[in-house]
Design a protein around this ligand. Structure first.
Ligand SMILES: Nc1nc2c(c(=O)[nH]1)N[C@H]1C(S)=C(S)[C@@H](COP(=O)(O)OP(=O)(O)OC[C@H]3O[C@@H](n4cnc5c(=O)[nH]c(N)nc54)[C@H](O)[C@@H]3O)O[C@H]1N2
Ligand SMILES: Nc1nc2c(c(=O)[nH]1)N[C@H]1C(S)=C(S)[C@@H](COP(=O)(O)OP(=O)(O)OC[C@H]3O[C@@H](n4cnc5c(=O)[nH]c(N)nc54)[C@H](O)[C@@H]3O)O[C@H]1N2
Ligand code: SF4
Ligand SMILES: [Mo]
Length: 738
């Protein structure tokens, strides 16, 4: 069987040898014929078997009793959850019920498509997602600059001559907002072709080690550095917008601001000598085709929105945007990035605020970092009383997780849609499990929009689920229907009718003259995500538009393809797909410009600041917090170690192989030490996602390799001031011998 790997964004092609009668996976290997991954896989590919077989995985709904958990039937579980949630909404208002949606949602078509109606029906001001511990600054800046929070520019990496990477480690993460399997081979190939690869990172990461050049940068200082590069571009007449000049607003404003940040002024806060910054800027501007790419590290910091913004500004002002070898916009087959005629209206920002610290919403979301206080400290008439976690483990993945764990115990009611009894779900009153990867069809919905080449990928179901199992979308649909007071079948019909009304017969779209009744007859005849997918594909840019014998895509046609379907290189798409009100790129949005004073205000202080700070470190065999229960990924020694520069180790009195205590404002942990000059002096590093072993969890393997939780040390009070993204890097800590 052929499938794509659903664990990370790269979505590599897999070949599975299976025994279907015995429901056993005999082997997993990389698919040599997959045009995207060409045989490449990483060790996490084995997780699709590991999770499927894991005896600790939850297979039937669990209800909490005084002395443990009872397996219960689906009717009872859904009725119980629905009744309690409805009761709290009726008594205390809709905002008393909140939800936290986690990362695996983005890897499952059904979860993606049915989360939207679920959120709409909840209609709560307590919507939290993993986005606010990840890429929310990028969402904000894309909304401000291009008019859509999900219109991300993606590196056209294979055609570039200069690849500048800030705050990303694609050799380990396998790429984020840059879906491209086997980054090691790609980078090697690029360098053979003469492309220069430069990495700015406080740690000599795996990617930095494979690059032409690595510069240490102090955590949180990217916005200064990027402004200084812009300063050089303006001072030395290196600005060239090319065809973007005709539809870009705000160059003058950026020039004014950049004047304030010379390479000399930012040398203190960045730790990068002015000469290096100047040279970097000149080399970047001189390259025929260049990419400035920033990701997790440039988002999860106090100036996350400014840094994310300036990354794009550097690309735009050097003519490296929306053209081959620069940053480009993919064209997903399901139509997310097609031109739209409707005015997007004002930026959805600050329409309401969190109750306790008054943080403004963006796009309907509040920062995950305020969750605990909304439970514990909001007034009795207004507190968050019930929470639904969906495929998320915020106790280990959001700042001050220990506090959150305590707060969850104070909820009136908690539901978790999840497959493990882990550090978060152990606080729930009822756990609703879903089928896992091999038990359902899939389509890489999100990663078409982040792929470095246009592509579509369908993955078939491998095994029938247990007779009484439910898919993720079914669980969400059942819960949603119960909140509305209707049946799942009826609600699903409403969802499809809504989608048909959106995509069919709308003036100015490819299916303007298609008959909605005809569409309904022709769609695949099943409930759920496959029917929606068929609609989106057929109405999408490569679709058959519901013509009989049409050439274009449909689900039926896609089901016949064993491997990913390559739809060609990325192509220029601007200005057609801009969604800003005036259909122009907003290079200097007021909200971002307004935050530059804060950046200026911290220049001196940051230059002087020599406190020790903590940053994270992804590891090839982790996926955030949730693959630690698979023995095949947990062999070898303790991975949850603190890496310390030799100078800092000496100063702190700790040694390689010894143990250290790490203390921040919020927490303290004890870990094993590795001393290495891969760390910038003044910076220590620890992986996240560990910290298992909590009582009440059912993770027999993970609890044996418990480690400590990074997020016990991340401070829930320090956020990116604009987007509310958590600051997960650059946390001031003290380190001393254990
Ligand atoms: N300090 C620090 N914190 C971080 C990060 C960091 O680098 N450093 N990274 C951040 C990032 S980028 C992210 S995306 C977040 C992730 O944060 P979360 O999404 O909160 O956490 P995960 O560890 O991905 O947990 C996934 C959960 O989904 C469940 N699950 C897995 N598969 C399925 C499924 O098919 N169905 C259902 N229903 N449940 C499933 C797992 O059991 C687990 O409970 O963490 C963030 N937190
Ligand atoms: N193996 C594995 N792969 C994963 C995941 C996983 O947990 N494990 N998680 C997946 C998810 S959900 C995501 S979002 C992606 C993220 O993927 P990436 O965006 O590639 O993120 P990271 O691998 O965390 O790399 C961030 C880098 O930023 C550096 N850094 C820290 N602070 C700063 C700073 O202030 N400035 C600069 N310039 N650099 C800084 C860190 O040292 C690190 O090398 O990875 C995905 N892939
Ligand atoms: S890089 Fe690894 S985890 Fe990511 S899709 Fe490929 S095989 Fe799966
Ligand atoms: Mo993420």
């Amino acid at each position: 069987m052929w499938r794509s790997c659903p664990i990370c964004e790269a979505s590599c092609g897999l070949v599975l040898e299976v025994d279907r009668s015995d429901k056993k996976v005999l082997s997993i290997r990389g698919d040599d014929e997959d045009p995207r991954s060409r045989g490449y896989i990483c060790p996490k590919a084995f997780a699709v078997r590991g999770v499927y077989e894991d005896p600790d995985r939850i297979r039937r709904p669990l209800r909490r009793r005084a002395d443990g958990w009872d397996e219960i039937g689906w009717d009872e579980a859904l009725e119980y959850a629905g009744t309690r949630l409805r009761g709290i909404r009726e008594r205390c208002g809709q905002h008393a019920v909140g939800t936290y949606i986690g990362n695996p949602t983005g890897h499952d078509l059904g979860a993606m498509l049915y989360t939207t109606p679920f959120i709409q029906v909840l209609d709560t001001q307590r919507l939290f997602t993993g986005a606010t511990v990840d890429q929310f600054p990028k969402n904000l800046t894309c909304r401000l600059m291009y008019g859509d929070a999900w219109l991300f520019p993606i590196p056209d990496i294979d055609r570039t001559d200069f690849f500048l990477v800030l705050g990303a480690n694609p050799l380990v993460s396998n790429g984020s907002l840059m879906s491209a399997p086997n980054m090691r081979a790609r980078i090697k190939q690029l360098r053979c072709r003469g492309t220069k690869v430069v990495v700015l990172d406080p740690r000599r990461s795996e990617t930095a080690a494979a690059a032409d050049e690595h510069l240490f940068i102090k955590p949180g200082a990217d916005a200064y550095l990027l402004f200084a590069m812009l300063n050089v571009f303006f001072a030395e007449n290196l600005i060239d917008l090319g065809r973007l000049r005709d539809f870009t607003e705000g160059v003058e404003k950026v020039s004014e601001l950049a004047r304030l940040f010379t390479p000399e002024i930012v040398a203190g806060p960045t730790g990068i000598p002015a000469g290096d910054t100047r040279r970097l800027a000149r080399e970047f501007a001189a390259a025929e085709r260049a990419i400035c790419y920033g990701r997790f590290g440039t988002c999860t910091q106090e100036f996350g929105s400014l840094a994310s913004w300036l990354v794009d500004v550097v690309d735009i002002l050097t003519g490296n945007f929306d053209r081959a070898g620069g940053m480009m916009f993919p064209r997903p087959a399901t139509g997310q990035a097609e031109p739209v005629t409707a005015d997007p209206g004002p930026v959805p920002y600050g329409r309401f605020r969190s109750r306790v610290r008054g943080f403004p919403e963006f796009d309907g979301q509040l920062p995950a970092a305020v969750m605990a206080e909304e439970i514990e400290e909001a007034g009795d008439d207004d507190r968050l009383r019930a929470l639904i976690t969906v495929a998320g483990n915020p106790v280990l993945t959001t700042p001050n997780g220990k506090r959150l764990a305590r707060a969850l115990e104070k909820l009136d009611f908690m539901v978790s849609v999840d497959i493990y009894l882990n550090e978060t779900t152990c606080h729930a009153d009822v756990i609703l499990p879903t089928t896992v990867h091999l038990e359902h069809e899939n389509f890489d919905f999100l990663f078409q929009s982040t792929s470095v080449r246009n592509m579509v990928r369908y993955s078939p179901q491998v095994f029938d689920p247990l007779p009484d199992a439910k898919h993720h979308w079914e669980v969400l649909l059942e819960l949603t229907a119960r909140l509305v007071g209707t049946t799942a079948e009826k609600f699903d019909e409403m969802v499809v009718a809504g989608a048909i009304a959106t995509f069919i017969g709308r003036p100015g779209t490819p299916c303007e003259h298609v008959d909605p009744d005809d569409v309904r007859r022709k769609l695949v005849d099943v409930r759920g995500p496959e029917r929606m997918l068929d609609l989106l594909l057929r109405a999408g840019p490569y679709g058959d538009r519901f013509e009989d014998d049409g050439e274009g895509l449909s689900l039926a046609k896609l089901r016949g393809k064993l491997h990913a379907l390559d739809l060609g290189p990325l192509e220029p798409r601007l200005p057609e797909i801009l969604r800003t009100s005036d259909r122009r790129i907003q290079l200097a949005p007021d909200l971002l410009v307004g935050d530059v004073d804060r950046l200026l205000g911290t220049l001196e202080e940051r230059g002087r600041d020599n406190r020790l700070v903590l940053i994270g470190r992804r590891q090839l065999r982790n996926m955030n917090s949730w693959l630690h229960n698979l023995p095949e990924l947990m062999s070898g020694g303790d991975r949850c170690t603190l890496v310390v520069n030799p100078e800092d180790a000496r100063r702190s009195g700790i040694a390689n192989g010894g143990r250290a205590r790490v203390r921040s404002r919020t927490g303290e942990v004890a870990v094993a030490v590795e001393v290495s000059d891969e760390m910038m002096p003044g910076v220590v590093s620890l992986p996240h996602g560990f910290g298992h072993g909590a009582s009440g969890t059912r993770l027999s393997v993970a609890n044996e390799h418990a480690g400590v939780s990074y997020n016990d040390m991340a401070d829930e009070n320090v956020l990116d001031a604009l987007s509310g993204n958590a600051v997960l890097n650059g946390i001031p800590v003290e380190v001393f011998p254990a």
